[in-house]
Design a protein around this ligand. Structure first.
Ligand SMILES: [Zn+2]
Ligand SMILES: [Zn+2]
Length: 239
């Protein structure tokens, strides 16, 4: 991907080139023109707990009813489809941190809309989904932390950093069935300073949610440590 438009957008305070189609004109806060914005894979109706796409809005999917996840809800603007998937991959695996800022701003809009729409109070702190230190050293950054950064000031929510940690480097979740995914993640997370999150409502920020097993396990760790509730905030969810 060509990074020039991103830099131009940052330099020109979001006003000239659309980040996706490069058309000129005045664009919204995320630097994307109206046409491209309309074409993004926006979420429609979903499970109100795990955000699985559903034909009926505001109900819970069968899986959440049978086996409720530890997190209370998932707030996300997008389905994990083109071009959001390309932006996420470029951000995550090719050091294109400016895309992280763009995605973070879109997440910010989704969060504002969700909490207003549902008359909910914002959480007390943001926890980025941790990477195991070996993976973070290899990548050079934690994508979840980069996504959380643009949210902090506008929402005035403090960051709870280096509290939830990933203790074990787990194998990739792809290709494992539900039970194997859980086993793979058991004891993967640890909360180092439980007193800092006790009785607090936590937003756990991640890039993409797939089956939700990782989000579930991390949420469980936070709740076991005393958190009052955990909401997952992510850029996209796989259908
Ligand atoms: Zn455009
Ligand atoms: Zn569900």
């Amino acid at each position: 991907m060509n990074l020039m438009p991103v830099y131009k957008w940052l330099k020109n305070n979001h006003s000239f080139h659309c980040l996706l189609c490069l058309s000129r004109g005045k664009h919204g806060s995320a630097g994307i023109c109206e046409g491209c914005l309309a074409d993004l894979p926006w979420y429609a109706s979903r499970c109100r707990q795990c955000a699985l796409p559903m034909p009926i809005a505001d109900s819970r999917c069968g899986r959440c009813q049978r086996d409720s996840p530890a997190f209370a809800q998932v707030v996300t603007p997008f389905l994990y489809r083109f071009p959001v998937d390309s932006l996420v991959l470029a951000f995550k695996y090719h050091h294109q941190l400016t895309y992280g800022k763009l995605l973070g701003l879109m997440l910010l809009d989704a969060v504002r809309f969700h909490y207003q729409e549902h008359h909910q109070t914002l959480p007390d702190c943001l926890v980025p989904m941790p990477l195991h230190r070996s993976r973070q050293a290899k990548r050079g950054y934690n994508q979840a932390l980069e996504l959380a950064r643009p949210l902090l000031k506008p929402l005035a929510i403090p960051l709870e950093l280096n509290n939830l940690i990933r203790e074990r480097a787990t194998q990739a979740q792809q290709g494992l069935d539900a039970q194997a995914r859980r086993q793979n993640l058991q004891g993967a997370f640890r909360c180092r300073f439980p007193e800092r999150i006790r009785n607090r409502h936590v937003a756990l920020v991640d890039d993409v949610m797939t089956t939700g097993t990782t989000a579930d396990e991390a949420s469980r760790t936070l709740l076991d440590a005393g958190a009052a509730s955990v909401s997952i905030w992510c850029v996209a969810r796989t259908p």
